[in-house]
Design a protein around this ligand. Sequence first.
Ligand SMILES: NC(=O)c1ccc[n+]([C@@H]2O[C@H](COP(=O)([O-])OP(=O)(O)OC[C@H]3O[C@@H](n4cnc5c(N)ncnc54)[C@H](OP(=O)(O)O)[C@@H]3O)[C@@H](O)[C@H]2O)c1
Length: 299
Amino acid sequence: MGKTLILGATGNLGGLTAARLYRSAPQTLRAATSRDAGIRRLDRKFPGAEAVLCDWNDEASLIEAMRGVSKILVVTPDLVTDESVVTLNIIRAAQKTGAVELVVRLLGMPPGFTLEQADPAYVGARCGAGLHVVAKPLLDASGLPVCYVNVPAWLMFNLQSFVAADVKAHRRIAMPATTDCPRMWVSEGDVAEVFARILSGDAAEHAGQEYLLTSPDRHSYADLARVFTEVLGEPVAYADDDQPLRDAMGPAFDQLMTYLSHETGSYAAVRHVDTLTRMLGRPPETLHDYITARKELYS
Ligand SMILES: NC(=O)c1ccc[n+]([C@@H]2O[C@H](COP(=O)([O-])OP(=O)(O)OC[C@H]3O[C@@H](n4cnc5c(N)ncnc54)[C@H](OP(=O)(O)O)[C@@H]3O)[C@@H](O)[C@H]2O)c1
């Protein structure tokens, strides 16, 4: 059996997935990072597994990282990735390697959304669907055995980035009202478990599939405040205030706001399908479960 290469193994989703694979089959894991500091971190986290240095802007380093690899997970970061460079490099390297049985790629876009339909500002913001709408047609045309895991929802780790500090300090969800809409929320743990199941399974079964991960409920910021109120046992209110998001995002604030101005509408028509329950054999983690399990972050 070939190795499983995790591109982005120091990241949120890549790291959680690598940890699951490490627990079940450490000898098959090849965890990649583009930074020397990342190698030290991966060596500490996954002793005995392989940690490799690989920059997806450099095709030669991808080819080297893909030697002996049969499965690959690709999770690209928001705000910075040029998918037209990164995805083409990954495709070319996988084609040259010739032994890749499965490329698993994260998406977060309304099913069927195309580059032609996307406002150039959406694409230019390099976030979420603005990234994935560029990557998907390139992968579709590559002839590689690709499996998409598509999450047109907010990942629950956004709570830590966007609202945790203000919930803790002021018992409020402070986010700009222009970014509010009834959103689906999916936990990063559930997404990583789906990735790990696919990567541990039969490549032929997953090649050509697109798994849509959604939640049965939608939450506006006011709904989210109600969940915090229930879990913490103290009133948490929604406030239309962009300062905490400005503080969290720094110079990338305007870029994120451009993305969100499109995302609030574009995910609205996405219908819930019960893929998560089917793949995990249990219901997905709810916001209530997730916040309860991390109560100390908000108290
Ligand atoms: N937040 C949400 O609500 C949400 C919802 C749906 C989908 N998504 C999607 O989730 C993705 C982000 O996931 P995440 O938060 O898990 O990502 P992340 O933590 O930002 O991780 C990104 C990874 O990319 C690696 N990387 C960066 N530059 C690289 C390079 N030049 N060569 C190779 N690797 C490089 C980083 O590793 P090193 O720096 O160590 O190299 C890091 O491990 C985005 O595509 C986003 O659109 C997000």
